[in-house]
Design a protein around this ligand. Structure first.
Ligand SMILES: C[S@@+](CC[C@H](N)C(=O)[O-])C[C@H]1O[C@@H](n2cnc3c(N)ncnc32)[C@H](O)[C@@H]1O
Length: 345
């Protein structure tokens, strides 16, 4: 991985953008963190996602899906845990679009003929698209607002940060943000393109994007002056994206305002935006919990702990958000029946 990155930096004259570095470190075929199919997920891995905690997340999300028609298309299905739970709950055609060949093989082994794999977004899809913790893996540009002007932060062959004056679309996007100087953060130009391609694919239905992130005014808050880059290895989170490239996850928080704006520009409706806790409560997580026999402590304790992790403001409850956009679907959706906050986007 290191050789591959260094070769590309040398060929580019000694510097590449951070977005390109992140793209290589995560997705370079056969070498990138996701492409290698290391066992990233679960207790033995580097991080735990909501579907990896257990089935509570999927069983609750299924209540929302029952309100909507058509097949399900899951983007970036990881270990296949969410698909497995959802398929037990709802009888639907289930498609997966997975960019990592290694993870796709893992999903195939787990789910077999219950799912169909697609290589690209279908044209004229009618149904429900789900992306849990996918948007945070889209490569971001790193930007610094300095006294001398707006700089793009990139990477040298020694895997060190180096800055160049920002230009083009990145400069325009950075100028539009009101931040104090000095300030460092990320701008995800590709996320808007991703949303545009989802919009072009969706003829009718809804798209649920679930991830950690904020609306723009919180993302680019004066106090968040060091940005949101985060790396995960063996359940340890840290801020050095140059440590063991290809062997650790690199993520940035999601700017949900940018995703909503791109969706609206592509003529999708914003159907709802809420914290994960509010969304899951609206979808009836407490009813799902109450079906579990509380007398049987051995069975109940792990599920109660799972609920705590999904809902607690100190864990995933508030940092994680659910954004739903769509076409031809009438709000309000179940998951946004209370505490809907799209006015903050
Ligand atoms: C952090 S994992 C989340 C996996 C799973 N959704 C979960 O919640 O456990 C990110 C997943 O998205 C995939 N991925 C990354 N970028 C993608 C893209 N542009 N389209 C589809 N999948 C993508 C990765 O290979 C991986 O499966």
């Amino acid at each position: 991985m290191l050789e591959r990155i260094r070769a590309e930096i040398a060929a580019a004259g000694g510097w590449i953008s951070f977005a390109r570095y992140m793209e290589l470190a995560l997705h370079a075929p056969g070498l990138g963190y996701y492409a290698r199919g290391a066992r990233q997920f679960g207790a033995e891995g580097d991080f735990v996602t909501a579907p990896e905690l257990g089935s509570l997340f999927g069983r609750t999300l299924a209540h929302q899906l029952r309100e909507l028609d058509g097949p399900i298309l899951e983007l970036g299905a990881g270990s296949g845990a969410l698909a497995e739970t959802l398929l037990q709950e709802v009888e639907r055609e289930y498609f997966i679009l997975e960019t990592s060949a290694a993870l796709r093989a893992r999903q195939q082994a787990r789910l077999g003929s219950k799912v169909q794999f697609v290589d690209r977004l279908p044209s004229r899809f009618r149904g429900v698209i789900i992306a849990n913790e996918v948007a945070d893996a889209i490569p971001v540009h790193a930007v610094a607002w300095r006294a001398g002007g707006i700089m793009e932060r990139g990477v040298t062959s020694e895997l060190k940060w180096a800055e160049k004056p920002a230009n083009g679309e990145l400069l325009d996007s950075a100028r539009a943000l009101d931040v104090p100087v000095p300030y460092e953060s990320e701008i995800n130009l590709a996320a808007s393109g991703w949303m545009r391609s989802l919009a072009a694919s969706l003829e009718h239905g809804a798209i649920f994007i679930i991830d950690y992130g904020f609306p723009r005014h919180e993302y680019y808050h004066p106090q968040r002056s060091m940005g949101t880059l985060m790396c995960h290895t063996r359940h340890r989170a840290h801020g050095d994206p140059f440590l063991h490239p290809g062997e650790q996850d690199i993520t940035a928080h999601v700017d949900f305002s940018a995703l909503a704006a791109a969706a609206r520009e592509a003529e999708l409706d914003v159907l709802g935006y809420a914290t994960q806790a509010q969304f899951l409560v609206n979808c009836g997580i407490t009813e799902v919990l109450s079906q579990v026999n509380a007398e049987n402590a051995l069975h109940y304790a792990p599920i109660a702990a799972e609920a705590q992790q999904l809902l607690s403001p100190a864990e995933m409850g508030e940092l994680f958000k659910v954004l739903a956009v769509g076409r031809g679907v009438k709000p309000p959706l179940l998951g946004f029946s209370r505490g809907e906050r799209s006015h903050t986007l």
